[in-house]
Design a protein around this ligand. Structure first.
Ligand code: ZN
Length: 483
C-alpha cells in the first residue's frame, strides 16, 4: 500500500480584523528539517504506515494561527501545491488529510470540502480518503459523501490530536485492506456554542462515546462542536458516526448521540462573567492562585491578543500580585528588549487591532525579564507540544507582571510565567488570554478558574455574535429548536 499525507489548517474567525496571508502560514515540506514533536498527527500517520510495512509519502502541511479570512491567492497556492504533490505521488491507495474544518478563504466558505473533493478527483473512487479535524469545525454532507472516514478530536483542550490520528489510521487501513466498509452519517444538533470537555456532563459523555467505539459495528463517533465565530451557513454543532457498512445504524447512532448532546445544551451554556464579576469572584476565591480566562481575546480563536479592557480594570482597581499573559505587541517587545532588563520605560501598550482590542494604555513599566525565542510546552496525552512564541518580555507595572510576545499566541501553560522567573503558584491572580487550552496546564495549580467575557473578537456571548448567514433556529437563539 502507498499512503499520501498532507494538509492545510487554520481556524477562520470571519469577524477578525486580521487577514491570513502567506506570511502567516508555517509551511512544512518533505525537504524541511522540523523539530521533533512538531508534526504530531503526521508523525503518527507515518509511524503507523511504516509499522504495516507500507510506503509513506508526505506532501505538505501548512498551518496558520487563527485569524480572519485566508486570502484567495494564499489558499489557492497552498491547495494547488498540495494537490500537485499528490498528483506526483500517484498512484496511491490511501490519502490522510490533517485539516481543521473551520477554514474559510476569500471565495471559499468551506475550504475542507473543496480540498477533499479535489483530492477525490485525483485519486479516483477506489482509494481511501481519511480526514482528521479539530472539533471546532463544520462537517458537510459533501465531505462525508466524498471521504471514507472523518475523525475529530474529542477533547477540548485538544490533548488527543495524536490519539485520534491513530484511530483514523486504523479505520482507513482496515478499509483499504477490505476488512471493513466505513459508512458515515451526520445529525444536526441545532445548537451553537463552545463546549468544554473538562467538565461534567460532557466529561462523562466523551468517555462513554470512547467506550462505544470498536463495538457493535461502531467504528467512530465524533461530536462536531462547531466554531461559533465563523459566519458561514454550515455553522452549527452536529454528531458524526461511522459504522462498518451499516448506513441505518450510522444514522441511528448519530441521532441518538446528537439528541443527547442537544439535551445537555442548557448545562453546557455557562455564560461567562463580565470583567467586574470575574474580579469580584477572584477576591472571594479560596487561597491560592486564581486563573481568569479572558476568552474574548484568545489568539487561538482569531483575536488580536492585545486587548486592554481587563488590564485597565486591574490597574484601576489596584490589583497586585497578579500577572497577565500574553499580550501581542511586537513593537513594545522591541522597545523593551532595546531598553534591557531593569529599564524603566514610558510605554504605549496594546489596543492596536481595532475597537475590539480597546484603547492602548500609556504605562510606566519596568522591564523585569527578557526571553528570546520563548517556547511554551503544552501538556498533551503523550508528549507535550512545543509552542514557539517569538521573543517575549515581562513588564512590571503597579504589582502586575505583564507578559508580552512578538508572536500572536495564546497562553497554553504556566511556563508562560515561569519562563520569566515568575512562580505561578505564588501569584494570587493570573489572567490568561485563552478560551480553554490553558486548562490542562493551569487546573492542577489553580484554586479557582473563572471564565470571563470581556469585549473582543471571540466574545463568548453567542447571541451577540453578529451572524448574517447562519440559520438561527438553534439554541441559544431558540430554547427548544426541535419542538
Ligand atoms: Zn479547536
Amino acid at each position: 500500500m502507498k499512503v499520501f499525507a498532507g494538509g492545510i489548517s487554520t481556524e477562520t474567525n470571519t469577524f477578525s480584523p486580521m487577514p491570513t496571508g502567506m506570511r502567516d502560514y508555517t509551511v512544512i515540506r518533505p525537504e524541511d528539517d522540523v523539530e521533533e514533536g512538531t508534526m504530531r498527527a503526521f508523525d503518527q500517520f507515518e509511524s503507523d504506515t511504516r509499522a504495516r510495512g507500507w510506503e509513506y509519502v508526505f506532501g505538505l502541511y501548512a498551518n496558520a494561527q487563527p485569524a480572519g479570512l485566508t486570502t484567495r491567492s494564499t489558499y489557492e497556492s497552498l491547495r494547488d501545491e498540495l494537490l500537485q504533490r499528490l498528483q506526483a505521488a500517484m498512484p496511491v491507495d490511501i490519502v490522510l488529510l490533517g485539516l481543521h474544518g473551520a477554514m474559510v478563504a476569500e471565495g471559499y466558505d468551506d475550504c475542507e470540502t473543496d480540498i477533499i473533493d479535489r483530492v477525490r478527483q485525483i485519486v479516483g473512487p477506489d482509494a481511501k480518503i481519511g480526514v482528521e479535524l479539530d472539533l471546532h469545525c463544520d462537517v458537510t454532507q459533501a465531505m462525508i459523501d466524498t471521504a471514507d472516514a472523518i475523525v475529530l478530536y474529542k477533547e477540548y483542550p485538544h490533548t488527543d490530536v495524536v490519539n485520534r490520528a491513530a484511530d483514523l489510521f486504523n479505520i482507513i487501513a482496515d478499509a483499504a485492506e477490505g476488512k471493513t466498509s466505513p459508512t458515515m452519517a451526520l445529525f444536526d444538533c441545532r445548537m451553537i456554542g463552545l463546549y468544554l470537555t473538562s467538565y461534567e456532563p460532557l466529561r462523562s459523555f466523551v468517555d462513554e462515546i470512547l467506550a462505544m467505539e470498536g463495538k457493535d459495528g461502531i467504528l467512530s463517533i465524533s461530536l462536531v462542536h462547531c466554531f461559533p465565530w465563523a459566519d458561514v451557513p454550515t455553522c452549527g454543532a452536529q454528531a458524526l458516526a461511522i459504522t462498518d457498512g451499516d448506513a441505518e445504524k450510522a444514522a441511528q447512532v448519530a441521532e441518538e448521540i446528537g439528541r443527547r448532546f442537544h439535551g445537555m445544551r442548557r448545562e453546557l451554556d455557562q455564560t461567562p462573567h463580565t470583567i467586574d464579576e470575574a474580579l469580584a469572584q477572584a477576591q472571594t476565591a479560596p487561597p491560592g492562585p486564581v486563573v481568569i480566562a479572558d476568552r474574548a481575546d484568545n489568539a487561538g480563536g482569531g483575536a488580536g491578543s492585545d486587548s486592554t479592557f481587563m488590564l485597565k480594570a486591574m490597574l484601576d482597581q489596584g490589583i497586585e500580585n497578579a500577572a497577565v499573559a500574553m499580550m501581542w505587541d511586537p513593537i513594545a517587545v522591541q522597545v523593551a528588549i532595546s531598553g534591557g532588563v531593569g529599564a524603566k520605560l514610558e510605554l504605549r501598550l496594546g489596543g492596536k487591532m481595532g475597537p475590539m482590542s480597546g484603547d492602548p494604555l500609556d504605562l510606566t513599566v519596568t522591564v523585569s525579564s527578557i526571553v528570546e525565542e520563548m517556547v511554551q510546552e503544552w501538556p498533551q496525552q503523550g508528549d507535550p507540544v512545543r509552542i514557539p512564541c517569538g521573543d517575549s518580555v515581562c513588564l512590571h507595572c503597579n504589582g502586575i507582571d505583564i507578559i508580552l510576545s512578538s508572536r500572536r499566541v495564546q497562553a497554553f501553560s504556566p511556563d508562560v510565567f515561569s519562563n520569566h522567573g515568575i512562580d505561578p503558584s505564588q501569584k494570587r491572580l493570573m489572567v490568561v488570554k485563552s478560551s480553554q487550552h490553558f486548562y490542562a496546564g493551569f487546573a492542577p495549580i489553580a484554586s479557582k478558574i473563572i471564565y470571563m467575557a470581556a469585549p473582543g473578537a471571540v466574545a463568548p456571548r453567542y447571541t451577540e455574535i453578529p451572524f448574517t448567514r447562519v440559520d438561527l433556529n438553534k439554541y441559544p437563539w431558540v430554547d427548544a429548536p426541535f419542538a
